[in-house]
Every structure is written in C-alpha cells, then in structure tokens.
Design a protein around this ligand. Sequence first.
Ligand code: NFS
Ligand code: SF4
Length: 681
Amino acid sequence: MIDRPRKVSGQVRSIDPAALEMIARAEQIGAKTPWDRLEEQQPQCGFGTLGLCCRNCFMGPCRIDPFGEGVQEGICGANADIIIARNLVRHICTGTSAHSDHARDVVHALRLAAEGKSDAYSIRGKRKLLRLAEEYGIPVDHRPLNEIAKDLADFLLAEFGKQEGYLMNVARAPEQQRKNWERAGSTPRGVDREVVTGLHMTHMGSDNEAEHLLLAAARVALADGWGGSMIATDVSDILFGEPSPLRSRANLGVIRPDEVNIVVHGHEPTLSDVVVAAAQDPELIEYARQKGAKGINLAGICCTANEILMRHGVPIAGNFLHQELAMMTGAVELMLVDIQCVFPALAELQKCFHTKVVATSLKAKFPGVTHIEFHEENALEIAKRIVRLAIDNFPNRDPNLVNIPRYQQGLIAGFTTEVVYQILGGRYRPSYRPLNDGIQSGRLRGVAGVVGCNNPKFPQDASHLTMVRELIANDVLVVQTGCGAIACGKAGLLAPEAAKQYAGKGLQEICEAVGIPPVLHLGSCVDNTRILTACAAMVAEGGIGDSFDKLPVAGAAPEWMSEKAIAIGMYFVASGISVVIGQPLPVKGSKFVVDMLTRGLEKHFGATWWFEPDPIKAAHWMIDCIDRKRVALGLPPPMYPVPYQPKTVGEPIVTHVAAVGEALAAVGTCPGPNARTPEPD
Ligand code: NFS
Ligand code: SF4
C-alpha cells in the first residue's frame, strides 16, 4: 500500500502491549499509523502551536512573530492577544457544536419514540423521564409516558434555539456559580445562540478585547456543559436506559477469531444501541452460522463504545489510537462509524484487509467508504442491513492476515450520578453522605476527574495511567470518561482489585466497604456532565463547600487532542473546577492569554487552567488544588500516610506565576517563521 520507505522511531508509541503488537504488525505489512504520520509532520508549525496565525479574513493569512522582534500585528492591526483569544473561541465553538449537535439527534430520536414513529426506540429510563419532567414543570399526572416524553423532547429542542433567557439547567448549578457567571456575563443562553454569537465575535473586526473574548469562550463552553452535553446524557438515559454497574472487558483481545466481528466507532448511541439489538437477532445469528462463523461479536472504539458498554456491557476494543490497530487484527468484518474522532485514514487501510468500513451519518462522509445513511425512523431495519453486510463479508476473511493480540482486561463500568447515590447510601437511603463524610474525615483526600483522548504526541495511555495511579495512591478517588476511561479499563484500573494494588489505605477502605473500583467509569465524553451533577449533589449534601470552587476536586485531560476537550476543560474551569492538561492550549504566543487562563480566570470563576506534560507533576498540581480546598474548609489532612505530602504553611501551593514564565520560555522553542518541513527521505 505504501511505496515510501517507512521511518522507524525509537520513541515509545504506546504502553499498551496489544497496541505495541499491532504497531509491530503495521511495520510488517507496511501500513501507516498515526505515529508515522505524526513523524512525517515534523517539525510541526510553530505559529499554529503557539496560536499565532490568523485566517479570519482574506487580507490575511497573517502571523505574528513569536520572538517579539518582527511583525507584531496582522494587516487589520490585530495583535497576538486578539488573534489567540479569537482562535480559542473558535475551537470551543466547534467542540460545543459537536457535543450539542449529537445531543439534538438524541432528542430527535426521543421525539420519534414518543410519537411511535421509530421501529427501534422506546422509553427505557422511565424514572429519569419523570424526574426531568418534574424538574422542568412538565405535567406528569395521569398522562401516558409517551405524551410526557414528547413534551420533554419539544422542551429540550427549544433549549438549542432559545432566544430569551438562560438555559434551564443553569438552575442545577450552585448559587455561587450562577452569581459568577452573571457577573462575568457568561451565563449560557440558547446552545446554538452561544455558538453563533461566539463565532460572530471572532469575525474580522468584531470583538477585539482578549479578556472579553475569553469570557465569551466560557459562555459557549458552559452552553456545552450545562446545555448540549448535559441534554445528551439525560436523554440517552431516558431513551437507552440508565446505566448501572456491570462487568465487561477491554482491549483488542475481545475481537474473536471465530465470529463475525463488528466494531462500532464514533459517538452517537442512536445507531450503536440498535446494532446491539440487531446483533442478537436469532435469524442473523443463524445466518452467521450458515456462513461458517460461530456467532456475531460486537465491540466498540471511542465514545460510542462507552455508550453501549455502560448500558449493555458490550466489550471495548480500544480507545482513540486503537481504531486502525483494530482493523489490523485482520478479523474485523465491518467497522461502523458515525461522527467525530474517526480517522479518514481508515478508508485507505481497509484496502489491506477484507474489513468494510461503513459510514452512516449525513454529517460525515468518507471517500472510499461504503455509506449507508442512518435514519432514526427505521433504525432497526438499517442496523440489520449493516449486520447482514458484516456476515456476508465473513467468508472474505484471509486467515493468513488474522493476528489478534491476546490482551484483554476485566472491568466494571456503569457509574452515574444516580448510581453513586445508591451504592453509597444503599437502596433505601440513597445519599452522598458517605462520600462527603469520607472527604470530611480525610479518609478520602478528594475527587479527581481524569478524562479525554489519546494523542500520538504522548505514548498512548502512559500519562493517563501514571496520573491515575498517583492520584489513587494518594487517596484521591478518580472518576473517568471517554478514552481515558478506556485506557484505565485496558490496564485493569477499573476492576475492584485495583484498589488493593494501587490505592492508598483510605481509598482502599472506601472501595472495600462499598465494593467499587478506585476509578469509576462514568461514560462517554458528553457524560462528563455526570461529574457536574455529581459535584452538585456533593454540594447539596453539605459539609465540603457550598459551591464547586470550594469542593476538594480537580480535573485533567493528560493526552487531549480534540476541540471537544477544550470545550470540556473550559466548562469545568468556568464551573469552578481547576483543570490541568498535558500539552498546552494553542495560546502560548500571548502572555496575556496564558496569564488569564492560568491565573486571571480565578477571579471570575474560582478556578484556572494549568498546562503540565509530566503526569506526576500534573497529579501533584491537582492534589495541591485539593489540599488548598481542604485547608480553606478547615478539613483535616489525609487520615493515613500518603506518598505525596500536603504542602506545609508557607510553601506556595499553586504556582501560577511559574506558568507564565514557562510559557514565555516555550515561545523561544518555536521553529520560527523560516522553519521548513524537511523533504521526505
Ligand atoms: Ni472525547 Fe470521545 Fe476519545 Fe477524545 Fe475522541 S472519542 S468524545 S474526543 S478521542 S476522548
Ligand atoms: Fe490578518 Fe486581521 Fe484578517 Fe486575521 S483578521 S487574517 S489578523 S487582517
């Protein structure tokens, strides 16, 4: 397939043994991986890395000299601060629109289910439907469920195009957060409106004040966190059922040598959930047997995997950087993709194997890939057609190309805000009290959300695992979503046994008493909103702070790569939860913006961003945040000895100022205006 000599890199590409096996396999068969393509991109553009290029109008493109010696303004006069702040707003608008457009589709499916217009969907989360209806003032007494569901769907659809007032879910936030947003002008209005206004503000010659742009960026992100993403989570629970803890497995070893393997990859649960049903259809299973297979095996990649793992226990084939590796097992009959995080490279790779990539979304076509358009109205019929296509492809499998790594790990997933109520308080006394008590006593030091992607710039999974192990060793309970959760699943950290092996004594005691792993899998990336609602429950329970910014909690995305991750990080920070990320945001070309993000936002929202590629240092930064909150609340130090000691009085706890210095130092490493990508050898 590739006529160019392959480059070999000495750098570790992954710490997942299954991935390493497949990367070696890629070398053998001459297939390219994202790591190879990353090498081909070296050196990556310094202007882009620092955020210093502007293409917002066509007098440009313009770029700012990062060394402060050359050109310092674009043709319109925009300086680095303006260009960088505008670029950040645009990234957050894209991330927010991805989550929110996904949400809209789920709500649309709910409406079809309520109207009886879909062959696949019904109301499986009755309890949640009634709870939401009550919250939003939709009458429930003596009404059939589908009428209530239709009213709820209409109500939520209107949240996207809302023209007056703020998003309803803003009311779920503590009073202090709402006050902060009001004061900063960051309270989110209609979801679509915030994206449109955000983009408008970045049009050439519109908003030119960096701080004002960043507060608008927060508003867009909050429309994601408390709007689009939160709606996606809530409605998925109503339509596909509320998750509850269940066992499953993760890594490429879940692909079966003797069955028809279908790998779903992407984000929307509307199709994948129906594929789960189709793959269990007795007629199709019989059809698979006729073709010589022992059955039909479904596995997932990325967040659509998390959705069907949480609700059906469907095993996980891998996270973001596993997508091509899964195909390289030679045993995947069909890879079903929808939207977001799907490499166009899959189209080329499928030529090496019998695998058929099937795209399904009107919003995401791939040249060279079979397109079977998905419509919610006849979802089951389409899903069955796709499963049949996979079965028909089974006889085309070349046994000589089959190479499935044996690695897989057991895990527990299916934790939600509601589940945590129940497992902690018991079925008859659901409560967050035991969690808050654990934090108040110091048995638990705090809670950390470690979420987000893989990025070939980091050895796959290494930062996630190192950070998570350091946190739990220090008695910090970790909650996870997205590809980070999958990384932990593959490494055995989502199993209860991990508590004994890695957790500190306090966290171990809690895990043993309640029967949970030290790392809780909360779902897909839109389900990061479960962290927000869980924090709201902790605040409501009392005793550990009456607002998010007072809670001993922190967030991280150590291997992030997507614009969605920027939106998520920003809505956490704007909600009062500080966030550390692995590679910096593309803002380092502006001292002002770096300073605002890593320090200035504290005065608006009580939280900041932090950039730290070293996962241990980043974990310590999170623990420092947690300890600072504990001290402010008058809580005792950790109950048991911990490897990372709380800072003593007098030591600086959060070293914001250092970040600015580091940022400026990094500007000096920019390849500069005349850097050229070397010719391929
Ligand atoms: Ni989140 Fe999920 Fe993974 Fe990153 Fe992509 S799949 S939505 S963006 S890569 S965590
Ligand atoms: Fe250049 Fe200004 Fe146009 Fe951006 S908006 S491309 S800085 S002229």
